[in-house]
Design a protein around this ligand. Structure first.
Ligand SMILES: Cc1ncc(COP(=O)(O)O)c(C=O)c1O
Length: 409
């Protein structure tokens, strides 16, 4: 019997990793690096490799079925994000997607235009944009508070004016965990006629957002952190995508889905991504009627967040009472994702190795948030200890983690 909105046993039955003998007893606290893969994703991948592993969108039945399996993933992903299918692009990774977007913007923005980037982001959503300085674009940095690592709207407002054509920011940092007010920022960029590009990689594993409500023009995340295959998913407002210069082969300029993914997509993994959406529907089912929401995706999101808040509370309480460890970001579980980074006198990776002796799989390092660590006065090579979990983590695993922290830190 559990008071959690989601029954962990039913959730975990949908992940083969939880019945893998080599992982038994290992509490998984490195989900922000990549989550376990849900069974519906593996099923779709398996089907594609067995029955449809050939050129899609062709003339014969197996090829037509392959194309249909891919199209279904675009449609299902769009439905889960509450946008139309022409918003969706699948690329090799989020880093590859922003690299291509950055290149597209270099041909779209004009010298003298300004962009705003943060030093809270993973490098994928800041370095690719900062390179635009080479094209005469003015790059303004929205800097975090050096004490808390948080971004403030007041600091953003000081940077916004009519020259700003793009704001790039994280929905949630992979270190600070603070959930940034994207909808409020979208209303500011809309007023300016600027583009808002949001890195959702650290947010999406905790529930896919309703993009219509959020109002961003670009929202991307990594499917391998949302229970799926190793792909980057990118939603781009179709009117914006149409204006950006084509990054694909010249003869594909007329095909919107080919213009921003020059690497050529991995067909099987695109098809398998529909399994992420199947999984979210299963989560809504497990949540049952007591969790409210307009559709299964909103209900899954609400249930996952409520589950994580319950799981985070004892850990954040424990950390708050340890004045020898500094929690980075908010200690209120409602304000943050359960991606919890700790500053300590010992290097993050050394601490993670010690936790591993207690069957706790955690991460240590800078996690490509190099600029953020420097802003916080932490040597990136020293790094932080990062404890990241999601809705399928159990209260017993949280206790296992606390016991390990007690023993080792
Ligand atoms: C917040 C954040 N953004 C972007 C990325 C880059 O994602 P990918 O590995 O798909 O390039 C990561 C990866 O860890 C991340 O944590």
């Amino acid at each position: 019997m559990t008071t959690l909105p989601l029954d962990p046993a039913r959730l975990r039955a949908l992940f083969p990793a939880f019945s893998e003998p080599s992982l038994a007893g290992q509490a998984f606290f490195e989900n922000a690096g990549g989550s376990y893969t849900a069974q519906p994703v593996l099923d779709r991948l398996d089907t594609y490799y067995r029955a449809n592993k050939l050129q899609p969108y062709g003339a014969y039945p197996a090829s037509i079925a392959a194309g249909e399996a891919m199209d279904l993933a675009f449609e299902r992903m769009a439905a889960a994000l509450n946008v139309s299918a022409d918003w969706i692009h699948f690329g090799p990774s989020s880093s590859a997607n922003t690299y291509v977007l950055g290149h597209a913007f270099s041909g779209w923005l004009k010298p003298g235009d300004a962009i705003v980037v943060t030093n809270q982001d993973h490098e994928a959503n800041t370095g690719a944009w900062r390179r635009l300085a080479q094209h005469g674009i003015e790059v303004r940095e929205w800097a975090v508070d050096a004490r808390t690592g948080q971004l403030s709207l007041e600091a953003l407002d000081r940077l916004l004016d009519a020259k700003v054509r793009l704001v790039a920011m994280p929905h949630c940092s992979n270190i600070v965990g603070d959930i940034n007010p994207v909808a409020e920022i979208a209303s500011r960029t809309r007023t300016l006629g600027a583009v808002l590009a949001v890195d959702g990689v650290s947010y999406a594993p905790h529930g896919l957002p309703d993009l219509a409500a959020l109002g961003a023009d670009i929202y991307f995340f990594s499917a391998y952190k949302t229970y799926g295959p190793h792909q980057g998913v990118m939603a781009v407002r179709p009117e914006l995508a149409a204006q950006l210069p084509n990054q694909g082969h010249f003869f594909n300029d007329i095909k919107p889905r080919y213009r921003l993914t020059p690497a050529g997509p991995d067909h099987a993994q695109i098809a398998a991504s529909a399994g992420i959406v199947d999984y979210l529907e299963a989560v809504a089912d497990i949540a049952g009627p007591s969790v409210e929401g307009a559709n299964p995706f909103r209900r899954a999101h609400a249930a996952m967040r409520a589950q994580e808040v319950s799981l985070s509370t004892p850990l954040l309480d424990y950390l708050r009472n340890r004045n020898d460890i500094q929690l980075i970001g908010p200690s209120d579980p409602l304000r943050r994702a359960p991606t919890i980074a700790l500053r300590h006198s010992e290097p993050g990776l050394a601490l993670a190795k010690r936790l591993a002796t207690h069957g706790v799989m955690a991460g240590g390092g800078h996690f490509y948030a190099w600029r953020l660590l420097e802003a916080l006065g932490i040597d990136p090579n020293h790094g932080v200890l990062r404890l990241s979990f999601v809705h399928y983590t159990t209260p017993e695993e949280i206790q296992q983690l606390i016991a390990a922290l007690d023993a080792e830190l």
